[in-house]
Ligand binder design. Structure first.
Ligand code: ZN
Length: 136
């Protein structure tokens, strides 16, 4: 997959979320309440008047809900998943050391945010159960 293909395939948040959801299901995700292992993705509004949606994983058996991003490197990040995907692609496929300045411009985020993305992504890539195995 080249960068243009990656950007096309993961142009929407929901496409990225679907990928993350699949990864979590394939990697032994279990319901905290009933230990079942089948889930559905649900989108719920955080407030009745709010337009922002939170994406949740819901257990098919007991309907227990947990955030899709909880326990992942994306937890608490305001950066959209598609930007993470692009950053990870660049880090995995470019032999040079990732440059926060270049990354910030490319992703249209601040330089500190770009640096944080680089640090977290590099650390995660070194893990044996890394989410990023598919990207390099
Ligand atoms: Zn359950």
């Amino acid at each position: 997959m080249d960068l243009a293909q990656l950007i096309r395939r993961y142009s929407s948040e929901s496409a990225c979320e679907e990928h993350l959801f699949q990864f979590r299901c394939d990697n032994g995700l279990r319901c905290r309440r009933c230990d079942d292992d089948s889930f559905v993705l649900v989108h719920s509004k955080t407030h009745s008047k709010s337009t922002s949606q939170k994406t949740l994983i819901e257990c098919k058996s007991c309907h227990y809900q947990t955030s899709l991003k909880s326990g992942t490197i994306f937890q608490a990040s305001k950066v959209p998943l598609r930007k993470w995907f692009i950053a990870a692609y660049l880090i995995a496929n470019d032999k040079r050391k990732p440059d926060a300045e270049v990354m910030a411009q490319f992703l249209e985020v601040s330089k500190p945010t770009a640096q944080l993305l680089i640090n977290k992504t590099e650390r995660e890539m070194a893990e044996p159960t890394s989410f990023w195995k598919w990207i390099s």
